[in-house]
Design a binder for this molecule. Sequence first.
Ligand code: SF4
Ligand code: SF4
Length: 303
Amino acid sequence: MRKIAFGYSTRCNVQCEHCVAAESDHRNNGKMDLLQAKEILVELAHAHVQGISFTAGEPLIYLDDICELLALCNTYGIYTRVVTNSFWAKNPESAQRYVSRLMASGLSQLRLSYSRWHQKNIKRENVINAVECCVENGLDYFVSFVTDFSEEDDQDEEYLRQHKVMFFPEPVIFSGRAESFERAPIRTDYQENCCSMNPYLAPNFDVYACCDAGSHFTKTNFFHLGNAKQSRVGALLLKSETNTLYKHIRTLGISGIASFAGFRSKDIITHRKCELCKKLFNDPDMLRVLENEASSGLAAWHR
Ligand code: SF4
Ligand code: SF4
């Protein structure tokens, strides 16, 4: 199934310390023109994209625009998700207003971001108001609990459990504003670290093969597929689906590629997935080697 993260805007009403989509990132700055956003949506529909996640900054500061885009997706039968910080759910009435608008526009699912960094800006009661409103109205939701797995997050996790919220932990990505965060050393078991790589359309219409840290590979621009104003978006998505190294990321996994590249096993297990990915693919020399080996040595590197 083709799906894409749609960055209508990187603007946000708060400034979380850990934000990957920080507006200061000059490549993604600003907001799309609504008309152009609609045109690209139609193109995505014709390119058989079946799932669109409205993400990047805070989409719901542009509620009217997002509702128009959702309605357009709905006419093409595209599954839609909005990723939000729940700023709008200050009380049950306000939550109901937003949820009603979104549902009337055909939204399929809300993803509510939650973390100790988000909750410095947004009261955690907002997230509960949003959850309860989704449950009452029958709108699918889940809470994305961004965490660095430290004890500091125990209380916030407990709060979600007490309120019987459906949540999924998501590792903080040490990119964007979180690049400079101190991070505890890790040592995992040997995980494959395969990555499904959700493509990302930025507000300036640049398309990336990976929606998370992928737009921050500044030395190689490894995940940049092109610009949707200059190329057909279907062709850019095809590029993502057929690139041999990307395929290895999806199937062999980052750990297997690192092992092939000469990283010691005992070092591989001390890296987080996106950091290991950056070491491999944001290093021009390493990238050259891997590109040369993509269809030969690396392709033969399997059990
Ligand atoms: S709410 Fe999301 S987009 Fe806004 S600053 Fe926080 S992490 Fe970034
Ligand atoms: S592992 Fe690489 S491809 Fe996957 S999300 Fe992280 S940076 Fe993107």
